[in-house]
Design a binder for this molecule. Structure first.
Ligand code: SDX
Length: 370
């Protein structure tokens, strides 16, 4: 039999292309978006500026930002055909399925025939970026039996997102924590969903198909679905005092502890300290020290036992919970952010395309005849 070539399961450690969008450095525990440390962006910029940076390679000047903000505000309303499509879906549908379907409807309704140019893809990216908050917010509201809240164009992206979700603008500390989460989730090199988007783009398919596929990849609990899964674990454990017996049982059953571990970062996720600081402001604001105790107890115990560190989904899950989001809405919030990174990669892939088509080693039955 032919020798088995070296196979890297899950493409672990395989470099498949170059990118100028972000740099993940596990040794120095850093993440750069277009050269800027993500922590600095989270501390000094708003999510709109970071979205612009990811697409254009530079932060916007005042005039560019004003123009971009105007375009985002103009695209915020939930379009009637998208609302009608959402309303056809049962309220028991997972919100990730609803968001995936809504993006598909937007794509099918876009009359543009240009699937490849940078200009056309930038325009589509901006309109998806603008449209997603209404989709995510409305789906949560309809599941709660609440009405659609129209956008307010006097508010920034994050304040408007929260307004459309809850019918009111929360205190600035909440808006700021939400905006930080959007910035931290925006981009992370060749993660599974971004790679999915690049594979789809590589066949010369369209941007909406690539984003729809990426949403499907993000849904899984080994990837974006982990922020939802973290909250379910918190609900199971209940309070800090139950962590040790709960973890004993979970590890005995060889369960994966959601929100911990990462394919690239083995000594901790560079985004966690920034998101944890935002979570701390929310814990103080909502006066929920019990949640912080549970957070610390589980991470302390798990890191001590296994040496596996939290990833971004660990602090972001409880942060979204404190803001008032339903647990199943957490991963759609990740979509609203990551659509910026996905579309930046789609544009980059289209600009220097090669069909992505790897090989496999056959290990089935030998040739035989009917
Ligand atoms: C994201 O790639 C990205 O950039 C993704 C992301 C982004 O911004 O796009 O950062 C977002 O997806 C974060 C990851 C969210 N997923 C989870 O939190 C799910 C729980 N974590 C894992 O299952 C796991 O750590 C992965 C999926 C994140 C990484 O998996 P790998 O790289 O395939 O590592 P592995 O499963 O081979 O783990 C190595 C060892 C194994 O033990 P052994 O078989 O060697 O004995 O570590 C163990 C694993 O069982 N392990 C865990 C664990 N994570 C790793 N054991 C229990 N609980 C965990 N969470």
């Amino acid at each position: 039999p032919a020798p088995v070539p070296e196979i890297r399961k899950g493409l672990a450690g395989v470099v498949v292309d170059t990118t100028a969008i972000s740099k993940v450095n596990p040794e120095t525990n850093s993440l750069l978006y277009r050269g800027y440390p993500v922590q600095q962006l989270a501390a000094t910029k708003r999510f709109e500026e970071v979205a612009y940076l990811l697409w254009h390679g530079e932060l916007p000047d005042a005039a560019e930002l004003a123009e971009f903000r105007a375009a985002e505000r103009a695209g915020r309303a939930l379009q009637p055909n998208v609302k009608a499509a959402i309303d056809l879906l049962p309220t028991t549908a997972h919100p990730m399925d609803v968001v995936r379907t809504a993006v598909s409807v937007i794509g099918a309704s876009d009359p543009t025939t240009d699937d490849a140019s940078r200009e056309a893809n930038l325009a589509k990216s901006t309109s998806l970026f603008a449209a997603l908050p209404a989709i995510v917010a409305y789906d949560q509201r309809r599941r709660r039996g609440e009405d659609l809240v129209p956008p307010r164009d006097d508010l920034d992206y994050s304040a408007n997102f929260l307004h459309m979700s809850f019918g009111e603008v929360p205190d600035q500390v909440v808006v700021d924590a939400f905006d930080v989460s959007m910035i931290l989730y925006a981009e992370h090199s060749f993660n599974a969903s971004t790679f999915t988007a690049r594979v789809i783009t590589s066949t010369l398919s369209d941007l909406y198909s690539a984003v729809t596929g990426a949403i499907g990849a993000l849904k899984g609990p080994l990837h974006g679905g982990a922020n939802e899964a973290v909250m379910r674990i918190f609900d199971e454990i209940g309070d800090a005092g139950n962590v040790v017996p709960w973890l004993d049982a979970a590890l005995a059953e060889k369960r994966k502890i959601m929100g911990f571990g990462h394919r690239v970062y083995k000594n901790g996720d560079s985004r966690v300290p920034t998101m944890k600081a935002s979570l701390d402001t929310l814990v103080a604001h909502y006066d929920r020290p019990d949640l912080a105790e549970l957070y610390d107890a589980l991470s302390g115990e798990f890191v001590e036992r296994k040496g596996i560190h939290p990833n971004l989904d660990y602090p972001s899950g409880p942060a979204y919970h404190l803001m008032g989001y339903d647990t199943e809405t957490f991963t759609p919030l990740f979509v609203a952010s990551r659509v910026t990174g996905w579309t930046a990669h789609i544009i980059e892939q289209a600009a220097s395309n090669a069909l992505i088509r790897p090989l496999s080693h056959y290990d089935g039955v030998d040739e035989r005849h009917v």
